[in-house]
Write a protein that binds this ligand. Structure first.
Ligand code: ATP
Length: 288
């Protein structure tokens, strides 16, 4: 018994950090959407009672620290599953990039194992379980486009944004999300207008969506890594309609609706930044 599951990356179209909570987490309000840059997980059931991880990435752990392993271990324990599994991760999403690659692998493992182990759990139930592993996992269980609140685990799906190309540029630095949250000052940081972003998406207003892009974490990362600011500037010069850092960075994305402009931006970034991708907004729910 085996299954292949797609684990798409996400970008944050808006990310507002509201305040620090008593439990140490920050209260956030974010608009997230999945993009057509994805890892694939091939999950095979094993006779033996163990969880085995293999991946094409040389830098993520293949042991119990892997978020896909955590997904399998949690389901196994909660539902007293005696059967093991092998999860082979074909890694395309850059690691520690602000694109939720690990969270999406975790969510894909939950969805895949729900099928293979015939648990019959709903997406809502899988999202609740996923939130125990990481705040972004809940969103990744559903995919598509959604508003995430709380520490990111309360997910409300919204309609798809207007279609667009997303050009991603990731400098060769990895950013720790925890470090960035540690340094943010919510009383002075930028607070994007998340409601206006939701409105722009719901009305398929591409121009407004580009104008309302905003991320409270951006200034912290930009100060620590000036290269990220340079990439932002370059993408604007090359003509992207809206440019923003995703999550805690360091990946920067730019939007355009035209193929010719997409190619011009991609070519202009080559040589300036090592990892450059051009993908479509997925918009709709990715579960397949
Ligand atoms: P987010 O946008 O949710 O903050 P991110 O894109 O910044 O996430 P990830 O790529 O998810 O970051 O990786 C964060 C950390 O998780 C890395 O240190 C990595 O070693 C670890 N990790 C564990 N499992 C995985 C996995 N399956 N894929 C990627 N990273 C993983």
């Amino acid at each position: 018994m085996k299954i292949t599951v797609k684990a798409p990356a996400k970008i944050n179209l808006a990310l507002d950090v509201l305040h620090k909570r008593n439990d140490g987490y920050h209260e956030v309000k974010m608009v997230m959407t999945t993009i057509d840059l994805a890892d694939h997980l091939r999950i095979t059931l094993l006779e033996s009672d163990r969880i085995q991880i293999e991946s094409t990435s040389g830098i993520i752990p293949n042991d119990k620290r892997n978020l896909a392993y955590k997904a399998a271990a949690l389901l196994k324990e909660r539902f007293a599953i005696k059967q093991g599994c092998k999860i082979e991760i074909s890694k395309k999403i850059p690691v520690a990039a602000g694109l939720a690659g690990g969270s999406s692998d975790c969510a894909a493992a939950l969805r895949g194992l729900n099928e293979l182990w015939q648990l019959g759990l709903s997406l809502d139930e899988l999202a609740t379980i996923g939130a125990e592993i990481g705040s972004d996992v809940a969103f990744c269980v559903y995919g598509g486009t959604a508003v995430a609140t709380g520490r990111g685990e309360i997910v409300k799906p919204i309609s798809s944004p207007a279609p667009a190309w997303v050009i991603l540029a990731k400098p060769s630095i990895g950013v720790s999300t925890a470090d960035i949250y540690e340094q943010i000052d919510v009383s002075t940081c930028f607070h994007p207008n998340v409601e206006a972003m939701i409105q722009a998406i719901e009305t398929q207003n591409y121009k407004d969506m580009c104008h309302k892009l905003g991320n409270s974490l951006e200034d912290v990362t930009l100060k620590l890594y000036p290269k990220v600011a340079k990439i932002k500037e370059k993408m604007k010069q090359l003509g992207a309609d809206g440019v923003l850092m995703s999550g805690s960075g360091p990946t920067v994305f730019g939007l355009t609706q035209y193929d010719t402009k997409m190619r011009r931006i991609v070519n202009g970034l080559r040589g300036f930044c090592k990892n450059v991708y051009a993908v479509r907004l997925l918009g709709k729910n990715i579960v397949e």
